[in-house]
Write a protein that binds this ligand. Structure first.
Ligand SMILES: [Zn+2]
Length: 410
């Protein structure tokens, strides 16, 4: 029993030290002892272990008084790499990222959720193998996957997914884990982008924004919620499914939705519904690019549709703001490219329908996605998991890989 306790305590301390280096930057032995309250031999033992497995490296810390730089240690984000796969409807973006989320190499392939899963997975693996064959990116330590639907917690399965029907009950983490022999994680794509925005929009003195709602306004509508600093999944992974909230009192309250219900906000304000409405008005549109182009040409019906979509999305976001009190609402997805025509409807409803305490200092911004948002957010999520895993941090995985590499070089 005593032995068990000692081992657990040692493991936790290594994670604690690594977390300190990740969040606070380079530290001297003295500053580590001060922050943790550990005796100097304990500091030395855990630092040595982190250096041995490559997760910490020596560094020089500038002396603010201008004297000799102090000898310290910092987190080494290049100790290992993460394979990210952001599976969208019609394409997949794959990337190798380091443990800080920096993209080392990436490739986009025209295979996504709407195609046959076997074909898509085969092509994804071929592309991943090509990326991994390029040495110099460090050892692969995790695979991180995003999909365009909610993922059941804690099984990681895709269930009840109208937009990924052919992928239902596929165990994607299990597939990638058995292929690459590393931990694999799966997450909803809006959650991943919420995490990305929360880190990238944070001020210089904070690690991330702790309370943020990200709305993906594309063909469908979805939300990712960061609450009290963590991604909010709910009891079974269904949190954030904002597209299927019913909108009351609007012309579209009886519109049929692709989920089987009527009156969902997505059935009036989602990209697919806007395209259908414009077709019904005899406009020549097939994609959201066509819609955005019509709006830019000042087509009256397209503008009316976009303004109406903004107001309806504003209604459901207002409810979410009253419920969750975020400091930031970030609107991404293709529809955010319609700019103020779209955003003004969202703002109008939020200011009119939320309480003053919730809107004090509230930021509401359009933030069209950059192409690497998904894969970087995936790397953040996977790094947070593996770097808080005691066996990983103590080298159970990295140590064995390093030993194997050493043997191969001999
Ligand atoms: Zn619906």
């Amino acid at each position: 029993m005593h032995e068990y306790e000692d081992i657990t305590s040692m493991d936790n301390r290594a994670v604690e030290l690594l977390t300190l280096l990740r969040l606070q930057g380079a530290q001297t032995r003295a500053s580590i002892a001060e922050s943790t309250g550990w005796a100097r031999p304990t500091v030395n033992k855990h630092l040595e272990r982190l250096v041995d497995v490559g997760l910490a490296v020596p560094s020089h810390i500038a002396n603010p008084t201008g004297g000799r730089p102090a000898q310290g240690f910092e987190f080494n984000p290049n100790a290992a790499c993460i394979l990210s796969l952001d599976i969208a409807t019609a394409h997949t973006t794959l990337a190798l990222c380091n443990l800080a989320g920096d993209v080392l190499s990436s490739q986009k392939i025209p295979y996504g959720a709407e195609q046959d899963p076997n074909t898509v997975l085969t092509t994804q693996c071929q592309t991943a193998d090509t990326l991994l064959a390029d040495t110099g990116h460090g050892t692969l330590c995790a695979v991180s996957i995003a999909v365009t639907t909610r993922v059941e917690e804690p099984t990681g399965q895709i269930i009840e997914a109208p937009v990924m029907r052919r992928w239902e009950h596929r165990d994607l983490p299990g597939f990638f884990k058995s292929r690459y022999h590393v931990p694999a994680f799966i997450e909803n794509d809006a959650n991943i982008r919420a995490l990305y925005k929360a880190r990238r929009l944070a001020g210089p003195k904070e690690r991330q924004i702790t309370d943020l709602i990200y709305i993906h306004a594309g063909m469908g509508l979805g939300a990712g919620i960061i609450s009290c600093g963590t991604v909010l999944h709910g009891a079974r992974g269904g949190a954030g499914d904002i597209g299927h909230i019913h909108v009351f009192g609007e012309a579209g309250k009886n519109n049929p939705c692709r989920c089987g219900n009527t009156g969902c906000v997505e059935a009036s304000a989602g990209g697919w519904a806007i395209i259908q409405n414009l077709k019904d008005s005899e406009r020549d549109v097939d994609t959201l690019i066509d819609v955005i182009s019509l709006v830019r040409q000042r087509d009256v019906e397209a503008i009316r549709q976009i303004r109406q979509a903004g107001r309806l999305i504003g209604d459901v976001v207002s409810a979410a703001i009253n419920l969750l009190n975020p400091s930031h609402v970030v609107i991404g997805g293709e529809l955010s490219q319609c700019g103020e025509l779209f955003m003004s409807g969202i703002r109008e409803r939020i200011w009119g329908r939320t309480q003053p305490l919730a809107t004090k200092n509230l930021h509401i911004d359009a933030c069209p996605d950059d192409s690497h948002a998904g894969v970087v957010g995936l790397a953040y999520a996977a790094a947070d998991k593996v770097l808080q895993d005691t066996s990983f941090v103590n080298g159970a995985f990295l140590g064995s890989v390093l030993d194997a590499a050493g043997t191969a070089q001999d």
